[in-house]
Design a binder for this molecule. Structure first.
Ligand code: 5GP
Ligand code: ZN
Length: 114
């Protein structure tokens, strides 16, 4: 999808601070970080929202979590704790319609989130 920002980042048509990549996923630093560690983990496959995840994506979505945990360990925030978030549609504040897992950490998180 040429008009999708995260497809463009995945295809290296738009710049991003990419910290991890494999055949199925890419992870990069959020441009407007909400915590000392704020990484976005995306599938290379275009999936607009969590509502479009199908059973054939189960392994892919599980892989995104594995990548997120690996990055959390590399960043040294695994023991203290971190948050994984997928905003879905407007009431949750989704602004980019290509699914992404937010990895947030490096500070105390509050609950409930705003
Ligand atoms: P959402 O609100 O859809 O859950 O999250 C979208 C995230 O993408 C936001 O945290 C926002 O800061 C980030 N973002 C938007 N545009 C860009 C961009 O061009 N580059 C990077 N690295 N992050 C972006
Ligand atoms: Zn996309």
């Amino acid at each position: 999808m040429n008009d999708c920002l995260f497809c463009r980042i995945s295809a290296k048509k738009n710049p991003a601070d990419i910290i991890y990549e494999d055949s199925d996923a890419v992870a990069f630093i959020d441009i407007n970080p909400q915590a000392p560690v704020h990484v976005l983990i995306i599938p290379k496959k275009h999936i607009s929202t969590a509502l479009e995840i199908t059973p054939e994506d189960n392994a892919l979505v599980g892989h995104l979590f594995q990548v997120a945990v690996k990055i959390a360990a590399e960043k040294g925030i695994d023991k203290q704790g971190f948050r994984l978030v997928i905003n879905t549609n407007s009431a949750a504040g989704q602004t980019v319609f290509h699914i992404h897992l937010h990895l947030l950490g490096g500070r105390q998180m509050h609950w409930p989130p705003g």
